[in-house]
Design a protein around this ligand. Structure first.
Ligand code: NAD
Length: 251
């Protein structure tokens, strides 16, 4: 029996990287999952893989976190398909876009800044707003936001990305505060350097001496934290940010 048997979850940004691995883990723990992403073929094929592997139900949904109507439709489609919602995992982010913002604050492009905030912060807020009545209707569920170590430390080259991730931690605390008495928990996860693509490994490896572990992060490390926070084992944990970074920020 999985730790999330009978639960219904949405994972945004589920077509690749951490979101894809997390969606598979949630399904392996018994959750029915809606996989949402801009990349529709990506989520469709992962949903098919999950349905084939474990027998748990999974669907793919095309959603653009920058578009409030699309975000609301994502929540509505999930509730229509599965009959409710227990877990919203706000994982999608404008990471590639943020990488193109490889400039100091003094040179930041306001339009790129706005777009980053719209996807990474406002998208999570609108999704939470749409999800809350459904979570409460099921007796309380949980929201898990993917922040970043960059949201805690500042970031040398991606100020918009770092600011959006810091604001997500604040949103996490507000949602936990406002919805706690309705039975809803809200927590954030702050991953450090997680190797989601082999081609990133060499670039990240130079940072290994700054870790307190002997290896860099894997998507599975983040997925394990999400499963824990979504499970009843974490029923007394809310408003927190769990840093999953191999000790990068601990010293
Ligand atoms: P990724 O680029 O592999 O996946 C992000 C997914 O989000 C993609 O599938 C992309 O299509 C989707 N997406 C982007 N914009 C979207 C939009 N407007 N609407 C819907 N979907 C959209 O990234 P990842 O490395 O797996 O990161 C996942 C999360 O973890 C992100 O929130 C990221 O900021 C965070 N994070 C990652 C790392 C890391 O080292 N990989 C570190 C800290 C935080």
């Amino acid at each position: 029996m999985g730790r999330l048997e009978g639960k219904i979850a949405i994972v945004t940004g589920a077509a690749s990287g951490i979101g894809a691995v997390t969606a598979e883990r949630l399904a392996a723990e018994g959750a029915r999952v809606a996989l949402a992403d801009l990349d529709e073929p990506g989520v469709e094929s992962l949903a098919e893989k999950i349905r084939g592997a474990g027998g748990t139900h999974a669907i793919g949904i095309r959603a653009d976190l920058a578009d409030p109507a699309s975000v609301r439709a994502m929540v509505a489609a999930t509730v229509e398909e599965f009959g409710g919602l227990d877990l919203l995992h706000n994982n999608a982010a404008a990471t590639a876009l943020a990488s193109s913002l490889d400039v100091p604050v003094a040179e930041a492009d306001p339009e790129v800044w706005d777009r980053t905030m719209r996807v990474n912060l406002s998208g999570a807020m609108v999704a939470t707003q749409a999800a809350l009545p459904h979570l409460i209707a099921r007796g309380g569920g949980c929201v898990i936001n993917t922040s970043s170590a960059a949201g805690l430390s500042g970031d040398l080259s991606h100020p918009a990305y770092a600011a959006s991730k810091a604001a997500l931690i604040s949103l996490t605390r507000s949602v936990a505060t406002q919805a706690g008495r309705s039975g809803v928990r809200c927590n954030a996860i702050a991953p450090g350097l997680i190797i989601t693509r082999p081609e990133r490994e060499d670039a990240y490896r130079v940072m290994l001496p700054h870790h307190l572990t002997t290896r860099l992060g894997r998507p599975e490390d983040v997925a394990s934290a999400v499963v824990f926070l979504a499970s009843d084992e974490a029923s007394f944990i809310t408003g927190q940010t769990l840093v999953v970074d191999g000790g990068l920020l601990a010293h």
